[in-house]
Design a protein around this ligand. Structure first.
Ligand code: P53
Length: 475
């Protein structure tokens, strides 16, 4: 039977830069998301030098949530959400990253937003940096290449945690902190405000930026507890369930090593120390990082209260073997899984994988888990009656909720809540498209920025409303 705890937080998830728009209003500074152009499936977004007048930047307007949040929050309340995950745009609070005083207009905006949510019975779940940092942090400091970024982040966190004490109880530090690991340009930019030099060792660079962020995060956990002992402060990791392509032992080893890339982050967040597997890699590659004894104490002290994570898909990997020694793993490649079907963007849909990862994390960490992103990006068709019959989205969410229930009831997972991604249509991160839609609420805007931004409830809206009303009994 599908069953959930009575205080389960059914919610929805958003990120400031993907919804707010108003990118230069009320004293907001440019953020790293404001210099990302529109791409498409297979066409990467560009990161430009400042804002160029002949380029299209979808996040500048996004869905205009900055102005329309009161009516959007009414829709969320009608949907019955018990929680809304959102992020604060750091560049609204410290437009130049190192301003002597925070920007009061920015602080006031989030006061109003949190008050609106709370008045309507929704718990705000706040990410401090969701692919969003002041552009000035990059320009003046080189982003998280610079140790000074730690202090700037801590100061920003201290400012907002003090200001919203009593209003916000659930915090997460860096969104999908582990996604920068692969050395992708856009993710390194979004996660750490850095751009790579032509011939540097990307892996080495990313370990260092990640260490600075992990130190910053740990300091904020400790500080956040001091500001308000009621604060629950978590990390935010992107997890996929990872499967070996076959039962061949090297494939199994490849899958395990692939997971280590994420465990590097969650082990430090949760256990406060560098995993042995990572230490070995550093030694083998002769990496030397700026990591002091004091840093290690900070990491050990500021361990998180819960693990927030996103889950969209599983990944299947195969070993790349060394030619000289068939028992030696030379590399790991991601392959397609014949048992799964991918969405239009190639993400392999796998509800059981959510249960797998919930079980894996439960066994590894014994900490409360919070599924803060999950959902299906899809093209939606408006019918002539202005309706959207998104049964595919309902199917996706339903299957994942069923598996989540099994993990809770059969595998002992402790899950705080579930906040499907893009509860209202938003600008996609990877492509900057509007038409890769996740929402249960449609927003009339296309990839070129055309449309009147009106909101329409999709069929999935009515469905999810019932799910929440019955605490998951009626799916
Ligand atoms: P879009 C993977 C890799 C990079 C970013 O993505 C990701 C993921 C998913 O694990 O992003 C997260 O919009 C992210 C959101 C983003 C969402 O997934 O490209 O936290 O900001 O919008 C979905 O389809």
């Amino acid at each position: 039977m599908v069953k959930f705890p009575s205080d389960f937080l059914w919610g929805g998830a958003l990120a400031a830069n993907q919804v707010e728009g108003a990118y230069a209003e009320d004293g907001k500074g440019l953020s790293v998301a404001d210099v990302m152009t529109a791409g498409a499936h297979g066409v990467p977004r560009q990161i430009t030098e400042g804002v160029q007048s002949d380029m299209y930047y979808p996040n500048h307007t996004a869905i205009d949530f900055y102005h329309q949040y009161p009516s959007d929050c009414e829709l969320f309340a009608e949907l019955g959400l018990k929680a809304l995950r959102i992020s604060i745009a750091w560049s609204r609070i410290f437009p130049n990253a190192d301003d002597p005083e925070p920007n009061e207009a920015g602080l006031r905006y989030y006061d109003q937003l949190f008050d609106t949510l709370i008045a309507r019975g929704m718990e705000p779940i706040v990410t401090l940096s969701h692919f969003e940092m002041p552009y000035a942090l990059y320009q003046k400091y080189g982003g998280f290449r610079n140790r000074e970024a730690i202090n700037l982040f801590v100061r920003y966190a201290e400012t907002v945690m003090t200001r919203y004490r009593g209003k916000v109880r659930y915090w997460m530090t860096f969104n999908e902190i582990n996604n920068q690991f692969g050395g992708d340009d856009l993710l390194a930019w979004a996660d750490s405000a850095i751009q790579f030099e032509a011939d540097e060792d990307r892996e080495e660079v990313i370990y260092q930026t990640s260490l600075y962020e992990l130190i910053a995060s740990a300091r904020v956990v400790t500080l956040g507890h001091a500001i308000d002992p009621a604060n629950q402060i978590g990390c935010m990791i992107a997890y996929s369930a990872v499967y070996p392509a076959s039962s061949e032992p090297l494939d199994v080893l490849a899958a395990a090593q692939f997971m280590d890339r994420s465990y590097f982050y969650s082990d430090i967040h949760v256990r406060g120390k560098i995993p042995a597997a990572t230490e070995s890699i550093w030694q083998e590659k002769n990496y030397n990082f700026d990591l002091t004894k004091e840093d290690l104490t900070i990491l050990a002290t500021g361990t998180v209260d819960f693990i927030g994570f996103s889950y969209y898909m599983s990944k299947t990997v195969a070993a790349v073997k060394s030619e000289q020694d068939p028992n030696q793993l030379k590399g790991i490649k991601v392959v397609s899984n014949p048992h799964l079907v991918a969405n239009d963007w190639g993400w392999e849909i796998d509800a059981v994988g959510l249960r797998v990862i919930l079980k894996t994390l439960t066994d590894r960490y014994q900490l409360p888990l919070f599924i803060v992103e999950n959902g299906l990006g899809a093209y939606d068709q408006l019918t002539e009656e202005n309706e959207i019959h998104d049964s595919y989205r309902v199917d996706y969410l339903k299957q994942h909720i069923i598996e989540m229930s099994k993990a809770i009831n059969e595998d002992g997972a402790s899950v705080i809540g579930y906040t499907p991604w893009g509860i209202i249509d938003i600008v996609s991160f990877w492509t900057g498209e509007m038409e890769k839609r996740y929402g249960l609420i449609y927003v009339n805007r296309d990839n070129q920025g055309q449309g009147d931004l009106s909101r329409i409830k999709k069929a999935s809206f009515t469905w999810y409303q019932k799910v929440i009303e019955t605490n998951g009994r009626e799916l």
